[in-house]
Ligand binder design. Structure first.
Ligand code: SF4
Length: 212
C-alpha cells in the first residue's frame, strides 16, 4: 500500500492530527489552523531528506504548473475560500481564463499562495525550460512525495470522521465553497457539498482509502 515506512508514517500522523482537529464540535477556524500545522509537519520532514540533485528552478511569478487541473480535498478548498474572502482585494483581481487556475491574479501570482493546496505545494521543477515545454520535468521526488502524502493523510482523517473524503477538482470546488452559505460549518456538520466537483475515481488516493 505504501512505498516505504515514511509514507505510511506521514499518512498516519496526519490522519490522527486531522481526526483530533476536525472531530465533533470543531469550528470553521479549525480548518485553516490544521492546514497551517500540516504545512509545518511537511517542512519538518523535508529538512531531514537528502537534498535535490540540483537546485529547484521554481521562482515567484513562475506559474507554468498553475495551468493543470489541481487536486484538492474539502478542507483545503474551505481554507482557500476563507483566505480569498479575507484578502483586501477579495476576488477583484482574479482572472477566469482556462486553463489558468482561477486563483491566479492579473500579475500571474497565486492569490492564496500562503494557503495553496498540498498538490500545488508538491509541484516542483529542477528545469523551468522543461516546464515551458510541458514534458519530462525533472522534479525533487521527496518534495513531491511528502506533500502528496500529507494530502493523503488529510483524506484518511476525514474518511475516519465520516466526512466527504474525495479528491476534488479545484476549479468547481472553489466555486462551490464560495457560493454556498456557511460552507465550512455545513461541511463540518457532515453535509456533502462537493459532489459536483469530484475527480474521476480509480486514482491512487481512492485506492489507498478503499484498501484500508
Ligand atoms: S492554487 Fe495557487 S499555486 Fe495552486 S494552481 Fe492555483 S494559482 Fe497556482
Amino acid at each position: 500500500m505504501f512505498a516505504n515506512a515514511l509514507e505510511k508514517e506521514i499518512v498516519e500522523t496526519v490522519a490522527a492530527a486531522t481526526v483530533e482537529a476536525l472531530g465533533p464540535g470543531a469550528e470553521p477556524d479549525a480548518i485553516p489552523a490544521l492546514l497551517t500545522e500540516l504545512v509545518a509537519v511537511a517542512e519538518g520532514i523535508l529538512e531531514h531528506q537528502a537534498p535535490p540533485e540540483r537546485p529547484l528552478d521554481c521562482r515567484s511569478g513562475c506559474n507554468h504548473c498553475c495551468r493543470a487541473p489541481v487536486e484538492v480535498t474539502a478542507p483545503e478548498v474551505l481554507a482557500l475560500a476563507a483566505a480569498l474572502l479575507k484578502r483586501p482585494k477579495g476576488l477583484a483581481d482574479l482572472v477566469e481564463a482556462e486553463p489558468r487556475c482561477p486563483l491566479l491574479d492579473r500579475d500571474g501570482l497565486c492569490a492564496v499562495y500562503d494557503s495553496r493546496p498540498f498538490f500545488c505545494r508538491a509541484s516542483n521543477s529542477m528545469d523551468v525550460a522543461a516546464c515551458q515545454r510541458g514534458a519530462d520535468v525533472p522534479i525533487w521526488p521527496a518534495w513531491w512525495s511528502v506533500h502528496r502524502h500529507v494530502q493523503g493523510g488529510l483524506l484518511f482523517g476525514i474518511a475516519e470522521l465520516g466526512r466527504e473524503a474525495d479528491r476534488l477538482d479545484l476549479r468547481p470546488a472553489i466555486a462551490i465553497a464560495l457560493s454556498e452559505p456557511r460552507a465550512a460549518e455545513r461541511w463540518l456538520a457532515g453535509e456533502r457539498l462537493f459532489e459536483s466537483a469530484l475527480l474521476p475515481s480509480g486514482t491512487r488516493w481512492l485506492n489507498i482509502l478503499q484498501g484500508r
